[in-house]
Write a protein of this length. Structure first.
Length: 221
């Protein structure tokens, strides 16, 4: 598969679920999804409250259905301030390792890692991933617009079933929706590769407490 980065001038699709998902065939995606117990409710409420205050300060009603569209009308530097701050806060909370953190166990983490590898080179091009104790980051490119959401649902369904069976537990394992971002540039791509590679160290985990993979890239990739 010939990899490329998001091109606003090329055809793309936005699908609204609980979160908006931007899709473009072949574009590299940064995906994050997390276990159901990874962020305590009080942390989520505090984060949303702070986000609401920021939006109101910039003339946006956070309860409006189109608040994301209104945010996109702000100056680019202001948008970047918003995303940098609130994305960083969210990922810092994930790295605090709330919840049972069952993915800290190498055998459980490998269930996820093996699932990510399974259709690499067939349904998608897998580039990097890290399985953290309570969340996953993945860099990957898909063949077409519909493949990303379908494959994410497949990964989560398969791994949740297998992990629950392994742990002799029942119920929802992953949060329903995940975060995805189309990579905009080569610079951003390498930044995200470094972020994934360093995530376990940043969270002060032992090497046995996370699972990292990075595919060597050929000069033409």
């Amino acid at each position: 598969m010939e990899l490329h980065f998001f091109d606003r001038n090329a055809e793309y699709t936005v699908i609204e679920r609980r979160l908006p998902h931007w899709l473009q065939p072949g574009a590299v995606c940064f995906l994050t999804w997390r276990t159901d117990d990874s962020i305590p409710l009080e942390v989520v409420e505090r984060w949303r409250s702070e986000r609401g205050r920021w939006l109101r300060l910039h003339g946006i009603n956070p309860t409006a259905s189109n608040w994301r569209y209104q945010l996109q009308q702000l100056d680019k530097s202001v948008q970047e301030e918003f995303y940098d701050h609130f994305s960083k806060r969210w990922h810092d909370e994930l790295d605090a390792c709330h919840g049972a953190c069952v993915l800290r166990c190498r055998e459980i983490a490998e269930i996820v890692g093996n699932s990510l590898h399974h259709f690499d080179g067939d349904r998608y091009e897998l580039l990097d991933f890290i399985v953290m104790p309570n969340h996953i980051h993945v860099l990957v490119a898909f063949l077409n617009e519909t493949a990303m959401l379908a494959q994410c649902d497949s990964w989560k369904h398969f791994t949740a079933h297998k992990i629950n069976r392994e742990l002799k537990t029942k119920g929802r394992f992953w949060q329903q929706d995940g975060f995805d971002h189309l990579v905009r540039s080569e610079e951003q791509f390498y930044h995200l590769r470094r972020y994934i590679a360093n995530n376990g160290v940043k969270a002060k985990l032992a090497p046995t407490e996370y699972l990292h993979y990075s595919k060597p890239l050929s000069p033409t990739s």
